[in-house]
Design a protein around this ligand. Structure first.
Ligand code: FES
Length: 91
């Protein structure tokens, strides 16, 4: 009998937008740019990870945020290529 396959790696990127000048949100803080950079880096390195959009993760004022496969929610305030690669290579 073969061992079970490990669960797929999924990285969730909050792309939620909250409307109103006083309501910060990931979409208003660069989530689309982050999503695009993460997907490009994962594709360039052929990493076996799925990167998908997600609803609000409850950290709106610290966005954009990602939920890592282990459940940790991490703030990624700037799209820095080295930081993106470091994040993805940690899996
Ligand atoms: S809008 Fe992204 S955590 Fe709430």
């Amino acid at each position: 009998m073969e061992p079970p396959e490990p669960p797929p790696l999924v990285l969730l990127v909050c792309t939620n937008r909250r409307f109103g000048w006083d309501r910060p949100s990931c979409a208003g803080r660069g989530a689309r740019k982050l999503l695009k950079a993460l997907r490009a880096e994962a594709a360039a390195r052929a990493l076996p990870i799925t990167i998908t959009e997600a609803p609000c993760q409850g950290r709106c004022s610290r966005g954009p945020v990602v939920r890592l496969p282990d459940g940790e929610v991490r703030s990624i305030p700037k799209v820095v290529p080295d930081a993106i690669a470091h994040l993805l290579l940690g899996f």
